[in-house]
Design a protein. Sequence first.
Length: 163
Amino acid sequence: MSEAAFIALGANLGEPLITLRRARQDLAALGGVTGVSRLYRTAPVGGPPGQPDYLNAMVRVETDLAPVELLAALHNIEARVGRVRRERWEARLLDLDLILYGARVGDGPGLILPHPRAWERAFVLAPLADLDPQLRHPVTGETVRDALARVGLGGVTGIETDW
């Protein structure tokens, strides 16, 4: 039985727009894409200084893959475009984060659901709000809209609706 998974996309090296478009196509192969946010330009959060701005978006996929299988598939997509994980929050060719998988809560090897920092980051919340502003955090019950109002949009600008 398929479930809705929300996947955050980000890139700030190489040709981010081209990379995100390719990743969106690759995500479609994992299940039916049932929602795509607009594209956002985002100032880097954390990590080494001097990074270029990110392009960020969110995709909703209906998938039959188990959460750990989906996470492995996301890592494979990242690897195909050349992502190498060296330093936390470093600049990257592509970052795919599994934010929500249905209303599942839990953790396992390399996976915590919901994503532990999602409701604290405007670059995740703004595109998620494009898809479902009334979506509730499965533990706290806070809506995406309310979390975004609490966090604010500092450093996050919507730039493209059709990418």
